[in-house]
Design a protein around this ligand. Structure first.
Ligand code: HEC
Length: 156
């Protein structure tokens, strides 16, 4: 019984001929290959949050008037401000909110606005939530928006 099973092991002969460092070497290579991309990615750019001044004052002004004309006949600004809002988006990339409104709103004409207008509305909503303005506008670029998070709200 025992013998048969050992004979049946695939590669049991071949393994004996491999140098002793073969398996550890292979594992090390695999580990390096697995970790290196994550390491390089982490080096790229530090993540930012909505607290880092990611939109400009002028942009929020523009967003405010776009909100009034394109969203205001169904929504009030207060729906998107305050603790309930910050809890809803807690820890999310701001990109998800941008994508949500871009694909779903205005509900009677989803995606009808230029991409930059959605970014402007997002800037306005950041201002409503008292996130500070900075010197640069928030661009309508997925790669940038993916790098910015809403801060986590303590759930207590
Ligand atoms: C014609 C009416 C209408 C207009 C205009 C409209 N919305 Fe909406 N919106 C709705 C309705 C109804 C819902 C809830 C149902 C749903 O999720 O589809 C909603 C949901 C939302 C939500 C999700 C809220 C939540 O608590 O989950 C967001 C965010 C939002 N709208 C943003 C906007 C923005 C920004 C605009 C302007 C670009 C806009 N909406 C224009 C009707 C509208």
């Amino acid at each position: 019984m025992m013998n048969q099973r050992e004979q049946g092991k695939i590669g049991s002969r071949g393994n004996r001929q491999l140098p002793p460092w073969f398996l550890p070497g292979l594992l090390t290579l695999a580990l390096v290959g697995f970790l290196a991309p994550a390491f390089l990615e982490a080096q790229e750019e530090p993540r930012r949050t909505a607290l880092d001044g990611v939109y400009s004052e002028a942009q929020a002004q523009r967003g405010s008037s776009t909100f009034r004309s394109s969203c205001g006949y169904c929504h009030t600004a207060s729906e998107f401000a305050g603790e309930h809002f910050r809890r809803m988006v807690s820890g999310d990339q701001i990109y998800w909110f941008y994508e949500y409104i871009r694909f779903n709103m205005p509900q009677d004409a989803p995606g009808a606005l230029p991409a930059q207008s959605y970014a402007d509305i997002l800037a306005y909503i950041l201002e409503l939530n008292e996130f500070p303005a900075g010197s640069d506008e928030l661009p309508a670029e997925a790669s940038v928006l993916r790098g910015i998070d809403f801060p986590e709200v303590d759930d207590r």
